[in-house]
Write a protein that binds this ligand. Structure first.
Ligand code: ADP
Ligand code: MG
Length: 141
């Protein structure tokens, strides 16, 4: 799974109609989209996805936000996918994100920061499995 990462275009970016521009950045960045969905998570699903953050002060805000509207989970394939996608999106707080990153250009705040990207190969595998059946991922398995 080292060439796979899980991205999510978050509700703020979907509501702002930025999903096309973000997908263009992803494609121009050399990633292949191997799976895609458009879903609105339930609060419970969002809590499950972000289980690692349960108990943190922003957990309630984060899971309410992530279940507030449509999202696009994406399976992305590229050499060094996890690290390269984190580079493409920039750091968590858009105020600190590097020029030309997705979060710098499309995110409004620390909480509503346009995109998710897995932080390790192990978590990428778990996060892909959270949203996608194997049969719905093109050419990876
Ligand atoms: P990343 O998404 O960059 O991996 P984290 O895993 O630390 O960042 O946090 C998950 C998500 O939780 C962030 O993308 C952001 O939407 C939200 N978040 C993180 N820290 C805060 C915070 N201090 N206040 C509000 N929301 C936060
Ligand atoms: Mg994270």
């Amino acid at each position: 799974m080292v060439n796979i990462t899980l991205a999510i275009i978050k509700p703020d970016a979907m509501a702002a109609r930025h999903q096309g521009k973000i997908l263009d950045r992803i494609l121009q960045g050399g990633f292949n989209v191997r799976g895609s969905r458009i879903i609105r998570m339930s609060k419970q699903q969002a809590e499950g996805f972000y289980e690692v953050h349960r108990g943190k002060p922003f957990f309630e805000e984060l899971t309410a936000f992530m279940s507030s509207g449509p999202t696009m989970p994406l399976v992305l394939e590229k050499d060094n996918a996890v690290a390269d996608f984190r580079d493409l999106i920039g750091v968590t707080n858009p105020a600190d994100a590097a020029e030309g990153t997705i979060r710098k250009d499309f995110a409004a705040s620390l909480g509503e920061n346009a995109v998710h990207g897995s932080d390790s190969d192990e978590n990428a595998e778990k996060e892909v499995a959270f949203f996608f059946a194997r049969a719905d991922i093109l050419g990876v398995f």
